[in-house]
Design a protein around this ligand. Structure first.
Ligand code: BTX
Length: 322
């Protein structure tokens, strides 16, 4: 019901909507309408109430909830199942549980805070309350195992485009999973796959976005930033989530039907490492070389000083002067 009330108020944002009209639309009493309005107000939505006129939404909350997300999603959206939690260990862990229970493609888990947010290789992901977007998307694509890492690049393009649209900031992608603004990390993407020996069963794509933080712990100060720090104003998280889901939905569809070659130029247009000398740290070795591009599979290509080209499947990339 809260989803419908929010949708009705939003659809009529520049006028008053009578309690009678809302109760008719919802098929409930006007007392119930009043209760819904009160609970939306408690969450921080500014709703005017004028006798003989009705209700008008004049300001939206940044408090995340299932109805804040669902009320903004189109009916035919891929994302039919939204799980919102105020506090979780990690949305990846919750999503894994849902996968085990048979969750459908397009299921999403969103949290207001993570106490055990994780990055790649078991690293920590700082996920404080009320300020960030901590979200996992479950998909079940029919792709080969070797193609699964491409979903990280698909997601990076979707998130970068959504952030550009919402904030107008210049957004770069550092292979494979970082989104940077002014050289600092604003988004991390973690793609975890569940597979049978020959085929992908499901993929959980974790997306962490520093949205409205105004400060970071000392160890992150030099490398991390948030959208509000870069933009100089707060960003509505639910709005940005919807933009990301919209971008992801059409890019994911294009990827499944046309393959990675559709995504490659979109990714390259935002790549910040290509044409630069980089240090690539893999779990086994450290490479220095020129990042010359990605191949048709999304694998990074590094040229060493002897002109030999090395494919890099997974690594941390640092820009270097040496
Ligand atoms: P990563 O391994 O590339 O980056 C992790 C590194 O980034 C950390 O070691 C630290 O140096 C730095 N870092 C930690 N927290 C932040 C932060 N908030 N902003 C900028 N830098 C930071 C990146 O892994 C993948 C992160 C995915 C996070 C999402 S959130 C939703 C989902 N749930 C979950 O537990 N993880 C994913």
């Amino acid at each position: 019901m809260l989803v419908r009330v929010l949708q009705l108020l939003r659809d009529n944002q520049h006028q008053f909507l009578s309690g009678e009209k809302i109760s008719e639309e919802l098929g409930c009493s006007r007392t119930m309408v009043w209760k819904y309005i009160e609970s939306l107000r408690k969450e921080g939505n500014e709703i005017l109430a004028v006798s003989n006129k009705g209700y008008q939404l004049i300001g939206e909350t940044d408090q995340l909830s299932e109805h804040e997300i669902k009320s903004r999603l189109m009916e035919d959206s891929l994302f039919k199942h939204v799980h919102f939690k105020d506090n979780v260990d990690s949305t990846q862990i919750v999503a894994q549980r849902l996968v085990n229970e048979g969750a459908h493609t397009g299921t999403i888990v969103i949290a207001n805070e993570q106490t055990l947010g994780r990055g790649r290789l078991g690293r920590e992901w700082f996920s404080p309350p009320d300020t960030g977007i901590w979200m996992s998307i479950i998909v079940r694509p029919e792709i080969e195992l070797r193609e699964a890492p491409q979903l990280t690049l698909v997601t990076a393009v979707a998130v970068a485009r959504a952030i550009s649209n919402v904030t107008d900031l210049e957004v770069g992608i550092k292979w494979p999973n970082d989104i940077l603004i002014n050289g600092k990390k604003v988004v991390g993407i973690l793609t975890e796959m569940q597979a049978d020996p020959d085929r992908v069963n499901s993929v959980i794509i974790g997306i962490g976005i520093n949205t409205n933080q105004e400060k970071f712990p000392n160890e992150l100060k030099k490398i991390a930033t948030s959208l509000s720090m870069e933009k100089g104003k707060k960003i509505n998280r639910a709005e940005l989530i919807i933009q990301i889901l919209k971008e992801f939905e059409w890019l994911y569809d294009a990827y499944l039907t046309m393959g990675f070659q559709f995504i490659k130029p979109l990714w390259e247009a935002r790549a910040v490492s290509i044409g630069k000398r980089v240090k690539a740290v893999t779990t086994k070795e450290v490479f220095y070389g020129m990042a010359i591009g990605i191949d048709d599979q999304g694998v990074l290509l590094l040229e060493d000083d002897d002109g030999k080209i090395h494919p890099v499947y997974s690594a941390d990339i640092n820009h270097t002067m040496d």
